[in-house]
Design a protein around this ligand. Structure first.
Ligand SMILES: [Zn+2]
Length: 285
Protein backbone atom coordinates (compact mmCIF):
# COMPACT_ATOMS: atom_id res chain seq x y z
CA UNK A 1 0.00 0.00 0.00
CA UNK A 2 1.49 3.40 -0.90
CA UNK A 3 1.82 5.95 1.84
CA UNK A 4 -0.84 8.64 1.87
CA UNK A 5 -0.25 12.26 1.06
CA UNK A 6 -1.09 14.38 4.09
CA UNK A 7 -1.62 18.09 4.19
CA UNK A 8 -1.43 20.27 7.24
CA UNK A 9 -1.01 23.98 7.85
CA UNK A 10 2.50 23.27 9.14
CA UNK A 11 3.49 21.37 5.96
CA UNK A 12 5.60 24.12 4.45
CA UNK A 13 7.61 24.65 7.62
CA UNK A 14 8.03 20.90 8.08
CA UNK A 15 9.33 20.57 4.52
CA UNK A 16 11.73 23.49 4.90
CA UNK A 17 13.12 21.88 8.06
CA UNK A 18 13.93 18.69 6.16
CA UNK A 19 11.01 16.46 7.13
CA UNK A 20 8.06 14.82 5.43
CA UNK A 21 4.88 13.20 6.69
CA UNK A 22 4.37 9.45 6.51
CA UNK A 23 0.79 8.20 6.63
CA UNK A 24 -1.25 5.06 6.35
CA UNK A 25 -4.79 4.28 7.52
CA UNK A 26 -5.04 7.46 9.59
CA UNK A 27 -1.69 6.87 11.31
CA UNK A 28 0.85 9.57 10.64
CA UNK A 29 4.44 10.32 11.53
CA UNK A 30 7.24 12.75 10.71
CA UNK A 31 10.34 11.46 8.96
CA UNK A 32 13.73 13.08 8.36
CA UNK A 33 14.66 13.22 4.68
CA UNK A 34 18.41 13.35 5.39
CA UNK A 35 18.38 10.25 7.61
CA UNK A 36 16.25 8.49 5.03
CA UNK A 37 18.66 9.40 2.23
CA UNK A 38 21.56 8.03 4.30
CA UNK A 39 19.86 4.62 4.55
CA UNK A 40 18.00 4.99 7.84
CA UNK A 41 14.28 4.32 8.21
CA UNK A 42 13.05 6.82 10.79
CA UNK A 43 9.86 8.23 12.24
CA UNK A 44 8.56 10.47 14.99
CA UNK A 45 5.02 9.35 15.84
CA UNK A 46 1.92 11.51 16.30
CA UNK A 47 -1.19 10.64 18.30
CA UNK A 48 -3.32 10.00 15.21
CA UNK A 49 -4.86 6.71 14.13
CA UNK A 50 -4.60 4.52 17.24
CA UNK A 51 -6.92 2.56 19.53
CA UNK A 52 -6.21 4.16 22.93
CA UNK A 53 -8.72 6.24 24.90
CA UNK A 54 -6.58 9.38 25.38
CA UNK A 55 -9.40 10.44 24.86
CA UNK A 56 -10.16 8.42 21.71
CA UNK A 57 -8.42 6.79 18.74
CA UNK A 58 -5.01 7.79 20.09
CA UNK A 59 -1.75 6.16 19.09
CA UNK A 60 -0.31 5.64 22.57
CA UNK A 61 2.96 3.75 22.18
CA UNK A 62 4.09 3.22 25.78
CA UNK A 63 3.15 3.54 29.44
CA UNK A 64 1.89 0.12 30.46
CA UNK A 65 0.61 1.44 33.78
CA UNK A 66 -1.83 3.83 32.06
CA UNK A 67 -2.98 1.81 29.06
CA UNK A 68 -3.55 -1.84 28.22
CA UNK A 69 -0.73 -3.91 26.72
CA UNK A 70 -3.18 -4.88 23.97
CA UNK A 71 -3.74 -1.26 22.96
CA UNK A 72 -0.03 -0.44 23.03
CA UNK A 73 0.85 -3.51 20.95
CA UNK A 74 -1.79 -2.71 18.34
CA UNK A 75 -0.69 0.95 18.22
CA UNK A 76 2.95 -0.10 17.80
CA UNK A 77 1.98 -2.48 15.01
CA UNK A 78 0.19 0.37 13.22
CA UNK A 79 3.09 2.79 13.76
CA UNK A 80 5.75 0.35 12.51
CA UNK A 81 3.63 -0.44 9.44
CA UNK A 82 4.54 3.07 8.21
CA UNK A 83 8.06 1.74 7.58
CA UNK A 84 8.33 -0.78 4.73
CA UNK A 85 9.71 -4.23 5.63
CA UNK A 86 10.01 -6.09 8.93
CA UNK A 87 11.47 -4.34 11.94
CA UNK A 88 12.04 -5.19 15.58
CA UNK A 89 11.87 -2.40 18.13
CA UNK A 90 14.42 -1.93 20.92
CA UNK A 91 13.59 0.67 23.57
CA UNK A 92 14.28 1.07 27.29
CA UNK A 93 12.87 2.14 30.64
CA UNK A 94 13.65 5.84 30.67
CA UNK A 95 14.80 7.43 33.89
CA UNK A 96 16.05 10.93 32.88
CA UNK A 97 19.66 9.75 33.19
CA UNK A 98 22.45 9.53 30.63
CA UNK A 99 23.02 5.78 30.16
CA UNK A 100 22.94 4.24 26.70
CA UNK A 101 21.84 0.69 25.85
CA UNK A 102 23.82 -0.98 23.06
CA UNK A 103 21.72 -3.51 21.16
CA UNK A 104 24.10 -6.20 19.91
CA UNK A 105 21.65 -8.99 19.06
CA UNK A 106 18.25 -9.07 17.40
CA UNK A 107 15.89 -8.00 20.20
CA UNK A 108 12.95 -10.11 21.32
CA UNK A 109 9.66 -8.83 19.95
CA UNK A 110 6.91 -7.54 22.27
CA UNK A 111 8.97 -5.17 24.30
CA UNK A 112 11.26 -7.63 26.10
CA UNK A 113 14.38 -5.72 27.14
CA UNK A 114 12.48 -2.49 27.75
CA UNK A 115 13.03 -2.90 31.49
CA UNK A 116 16.68 -1.88 31.06
CA UNK A 117 17.02 1.57 32.62
CA UNK A 118 18.61 4.09 30.26
CA UNK A 119 17.76 7.11 28.12
CA UNK A 120 19.48 6.27 24.83
CA UNK A 121 19.60 3.16 22.67
CA UNK A 122 22.09 2.41 19.89
CA UNK A 123 22.70 -0.35 17.37
CA UNK A 124 24.47 -1.10 14.12
CA UNK A 125 22.22 -4.07 13.30
CA UNK A 126 20.07 -3.83 10.20
CA UNK A 127 16.27 -4.11 10.59
CA UNK A 128 16.40 -3.11 14.27
CA UNK A 129 14.71 0.13 15.25
CA UNK A 130 16.06 1.85 18.34
CA UNK A 131 13.51 4.13 19.93
CA UNK A 132 12.75 6.57 22.71
CA UNK A 133 9.41 7.51 24.24
CA UNK A 134 8.45 11.12 24.83
CA UNK A 135 5.60 13.45 25.70
CA UNK A 136 7.22 16.96 25.71
CA UNK A 137 10.85 15.84 26.17
CA UNK A 138 13.17 16.06 23.14
CA UNK A 139 13.64 12.91 21.04
CA UNK A 140 16.84 12.84 18.95
CA UNK A 141 17.67 10.34 16.21
CA UNK A 142 21.30 9.96 15.13
CA UNK A 143 22.54 8.10 12.08
CA UNK A 144 26.21 7.50 11.22
CA UNK A 145 26.24 7.55 7.42
CA UNK A 146 29.69 5.89 7.29
CA UNK A 147 29.30 2.92 9.67
CA UNK A 148 25.51 2.46 9.62
CA UNK A 149 25.27 2.77 13.40
CA UNK A 150 22.37 4.74 14.80
CA UNK A 151 20.94 5.89 18.12
CA UNK A 152 17.79 7.28 19.66
CA UNK A 153 18.17 9.69 22.57
CA UNK A 154 15.66 11.00 25.16
CA UNK A 155 16.56 14.49 26.33
CA UNK A 156 14.32 16.29 28.78
CA UNK A 157 15.76 19.24 30.69
CA UNK A 158 17.70 16.84 32.91
CA UNK A 159 19.15 14.84 30.04
CA UNK A 160 19.87 17.99 28.06
CA UNK A 161 21.59 19.69 31.00
CA UNK A 162 23.70 16.51 31.40
CA UNK A 163 24.67 16.62 27.69
CA UNK A 164 23.15 13.23 26.96
CA UNK A 165 23.40 13.66 23.19
CA UNK A 166 27.13 14.44 23.41
CA UNK A 167 27.60 11.40 25.66
CA UNK A 168 25.67 9.24 23.16
CA UNK A 169 28.00 10.40 20.38
CA UNK A 170 30.99 9.50 22.54
CA UNK A 171 29.58 6.01 23.14
CA UNK A 172 28.96 5.62 19.40
CA UNK A 173 32.61 6.46 18.83
CA UNK A 174 33.71 3.78 21.34
CA UNK A 175 31.32 1.14 20.00
CA UNK A 176 31.32 1.79 16.27
CA UNK A 177 34.16 4.20 15.54
CA UNK A 178 31.66 6.93 14.73
CA UNK A 179 33.07 10.32 13.68
CA UNK A 180 30.64 13.16 14.45
CA UNK A 181 31.38 14.60 10.99
CA UNK A 182 29.49 11.64 9.48
CA UNK A 183 26.47 11.91 11.76
CA UNK A 184 23.05 13.09 10.67
CA UNK A 185 20.79 14.24 13.49
CA UNK A 186 17.04 14.69 13.54
CA UNK A 187 15.49 16.50 16.51
CA UNK A 188 11.83 15.62 16.93
CA UNK A 189 8.70 17.43 18.15
CA UNK A 190 8.98 18.54 21.78
CA UNK A 191 7.86 21.25 24.17
CA UNK A 192 9.67 24.24 22.66
CA UNK A 193 10.72 27.70 23.76
CA UNK A 194 7.20 29.06 23.15
CA UNK A 195 5.73 26.96 25.99
CA UNK A 196 8.22 25.10 28.16
CA UNK A 197 8.66 27.04 31.38
CA UNK A 198 11.21 26.01 33.99
CA UNK A 199 12.16 27.29 37.43
CA UNK A 200 15.14 29.35 38.54
CA UNK A 201 17.04 26.26 39.68
CA UNK A 202 16.94 24.81 36.15
CA UNK A 203 18.06 28.13 34.66
CA UNK A 204 21.00 28.14 37.10
CA UNK A 205 22.06 24.60 36.15
CA UNK A 206 22.24 25.55 32.46
CA UNK A 207 24.07 28.79 33.23
CA UNK A 208 26.68 26.89 35.22
CA UNK A 209 27.16 24.11 32.67
CA UNK A 210 26.86 26.12 29.44
CA UNK A 211 28.10 29.60 30.33
CA UNK A 212 28.93 30.51 26.71
CA UNK A 213 25.38 30.31 25.39
CA UNK A 214 22.95 29.56 28.26
CA UNK A 215 21.50 33.09 28.08
CA UNK A 216 20.40 32.52 24.48
CA UNK A 217 18.32 29.50 25.54
CA UNK A 218 16.03 31.36 27.94
CA UNK A 219 13.22 33.89 27.73
CA UNK A 220 12.53 35.18 31.26
CA UNK A 221 8.90 35.05 32.44
CA UNK A 222 8.53 35.94 36.13
CA UNK A 223 10.19 35.35 39.51
CA UNK A 224 13.31 33.79 38.01
CA UNK A 225 11.33 31.41 35.85
CA UNK A 226 11.93 31.26 32.10
CA UNK A 227 10.92 29.59 28.88
CA UNK A 228 13.69 27.25 27.69
CA UNK A 229 14.52 26.23 24.14
CA UNK A 230 15.68 22.61 24.48
CA UNK A 231 15.85 22.17 20.69
CA UNK A 232 18.48 24.89 20.54
CA UNK A 233 20.35 23.50 23.56
CA UNK A 234 20.62 20.09 21.90
CA UNK A 235 21.56 21.63 18.55
CA UNK A 236 24.41 23.49 20.25
CA UNK A 237 25.63 20.28 21.87
CA UNK A 238 25.61 18.47 18.52
CA UNK A 239 27.62 21.27 16.89
CA UNK A 240 30.07 21.42 19.82
CA UNK A 241 30.56 17.65 19.48
CA UNK A 242 31.52 18.10 15.82
CA UNK A 243 28.30 17.30 13.94
CA UNK A 244 28.15 19.64 10.90
CA UNK A 245 25.40 22.25 11.13
CA UNK A 246 23.94 21.21 7.78
CA UNK A 247 23.44 17.68 9.18
CA UNK A 248 21.23 18.84 12.05
CA UNK A 249 17.50 18.99 11.35
CA UNK A 250 14.91 20.07 13.92
CA UNK A 251 11.18 19.52 13.42
CA UNK A 252 9.47 22.89 14.00
CA UNK A 253 6.54 21.49 15.99
CA UNK A 254 5.79 22.08 19.66
CA UNK A 255 4.01 19.28 21.53
CA UNK A 256 2.42 21.77 23.94
CA UNK A 257 1.07 24.00 21.13
CA UNK A 258 -0.08 21.08 18.99
CA UNK A 259 -1.97 18.72 21.28
CA UNK A 260 -4.11 17.95 18.23
CA UNK A 261 -1.04 16.16 16.82
CA UNK A 262 1.06 15.13 19.82
CA UNK A 263 0.83 14.00 23.42
CA UNK A 264 1.91 16.61 25.94
CA UNK A 265 2.65 15.58 29.50
CA UNK A 266 2.50 19.16 30.72
CA UNK A 267 -0.78 20.01 29.00
CA UNK A 268 -2.64 16.74 29.48
CA UNK A 269 -1.43 15.18 32.69
CA UNK A 270 -3.07 18.01 34.63
CA UNK A 271 -6.26 17.87 32.57
CA UNK A 272 -6.87 14.13 32.34
CA UNK A 273 -4.49 12.68 34.94
CA UNK A 274 -2.64 10.76 32.26
CA UNK A 275 -1.24 11.15 28.79
CA UNK A 276 -0.01 8.94 25.99
CA UNK A 277 3.57 8.49 24.80
CA UNK A 278 5.10 9.18 21.41
CA UNK A 279 7.94 7.14 19.91
CA UNK A 280 10.91 8.33 17.87
CA UNK A 281 12.63 5.47 16.04
CA UNK A 282 15.57 4.98 13.70
CA UNK A 283 17.11 1.88 12.11
CA UNK A 284 19.40 0.83 9.30
CA UNK A 285 17.62 -0.75 6.34
ZN1 LIG B 1 4.59 25.81 22.08
Amino acid sequence: MPTETITDSSDAAVGRAGFRWLGRGGVRALSSLALDAAGFANAFSTRAGGVSPFPSNDLNLAGFDEDSAENIRENRRRFLSLLPGDWTLAACWQVHGTSLRVVRAQPEPRGVGEEERCDAVATDLARVLVGVKTADCVPLLLGDARTGACAAVHAGWRGTSSSIVALALRRMKEEYGTHPADVIAAIGPAALGCCYEVGAEVVEIFKTRFPEYADSLFTPTHEGRALVDLHEANRRQLLDAGVPGENVHAAPLCTMCRTDLFFSYRREKKLHGRTGRLLGVVGRR
